[in-house]
Design a protein around this ligand. Structure first.
Ligand SMILES: CC(C)(COP(=O)(O)OP(=O)(O)OC[C@H]1O[C@@H](n2cnc3c(N)ncnc32)[C@H](O)[C@@H]1O)[C@@H](O)C(=O)NCCC(=O)NCCS
Ligand SMILES: Nc1ncnc2c1ncn2[C@@H]1O[C@H](COP(=O)(O)OP(=O)(O)OP(=O)(O)O)[C@@H](O)[C@H]1O
Length: 236
């Protein structure tokens, strides 16, 4: 199995590239979707965050007021790191669970779309690592156009992440998304061919996917054994 890491900066085009992967039949685990799930009313993440940030970030229906929490954490690095620490275990578990479900379904290539792949040190488990890059002006313009936020808000969000040029330096594959959608689509075709190739043994072990695969194999082996054993004893 190959776990491809897809990352970049906010509004650099990760979801757009994710959609291209999906339209080519590759499943994508989206960390933003997982992060939303772990903050749903009543979940473990929700309880921790509401206890820590108080009623100020809760809507009338009990859900978290995401724009309000965003304003708080993106303008205060300490509060953001605090929120990250609260949610990180839930997000990591959610991502692992989604990967396992796809692995059990027999998918050979899974794409992990994680904005904070390097920051959360999840890059160790993915190969290759694709960074979707744009120049800073284009990034801000696209962010403003998409979120209709203020320029201050947009800059706070960009500054909350590892600089995109630093991420670019850590990539196996860089997708420069400064051009048009057509340019992106053409570049993607080349990346897709590259990613579809099986991993070499050396890449497999170096990316620690070997450890993950053995763990997943042992776990599913034990589950199958227990099921078979139960069926056997039921028929006696
Ligand atoms: C603060 C929250 C409630 C704001 O929600 P909102 O709906 O406005 O934004 P959304 O979740 O769609 O995120 C948009 C983008 O912001 C960036 N971002 C989100 N969280 C963070 C963070 N903690 N640090 C830096 N950038 C972040 C990502 O690029 C993401 O794609 C939300 O972002 C959140 O719960 N963040 C903490 C969880 C997390 O780390 N998510 C990233 C998944 S790895
Ligand atoms: N090549 C392009 N040309 C013009 N607009 C683009 C291009 N690529 C992406 N966009 C637009 O830029 C915005 C940001 O793209 P996208 O949502 O894919 O970024 P993202 O990296 O997933 O963002 P986030 O980190 O917030 O999840 C979207 O409105 C998208 O339609």
């Amino acid at each position: 199995m190959r776990i491809v890491g897809l990352t970049g900066g906010i509004a650099s085009g990760k979801s757009t590239v994710s959609n291209l992967f999906k339209s080519h039949g590759f499943p994508v685990v989206d960390a933003d979707v997982v992060a939303r799930e772990v903050l749903r009313k009543g979940s473990g993440g929700w309880k921790k965050v509401v206890a820590a940030f108080g009623d100020e970030i809760v809507l009338e229906d009990g859900e978290v007021n995401r724009p309000r929490l965003g304003q708080i954490v993106f303008s205060d690095p300490d509060k953001r790191q605090f929120l990250n620490r609260l949610l990180a275990p839930y997000i990591a578990r959610g991502i692992l669970w989604e990967v396992l479900k796809l692995w059990v379904k027999g998918y050979k290539v899974i794409v992990l779309d994680v904005p904070l792949l390097f920051e959360a040190k999840m890059d160790k488990f993915t190969k290759p690592i694709i960074v979707v890059w744009v120049d800073p002006d284009t990034q801000i313009q696209r962010l403003l156009a998409r979120d209709k936020s203020t320029e201050e808000d947009a800059r706070n969000r960009v500054n909350a992440q590892m600089p995109l040029d630093l991420k670019r330096g850590k990539a196996d594959i860089v997708i420069d998304n400064t051009g048009s959608f057509d340019d992106l689509s053409q570049h993607f075709q080349k990346v897709f061919l590259e990613v579809s190739k099986p991993l070499t043994w050396a890449e497999f072990w170096r990316s620690r996917q070997g450890v993950f695969t053995i763990l997943a194999s042992v776990t599913s082996g034990v589950v199958l054994f227990i099921k078979a054993f139960n069926n056997h004893t039921n028929t006696l």
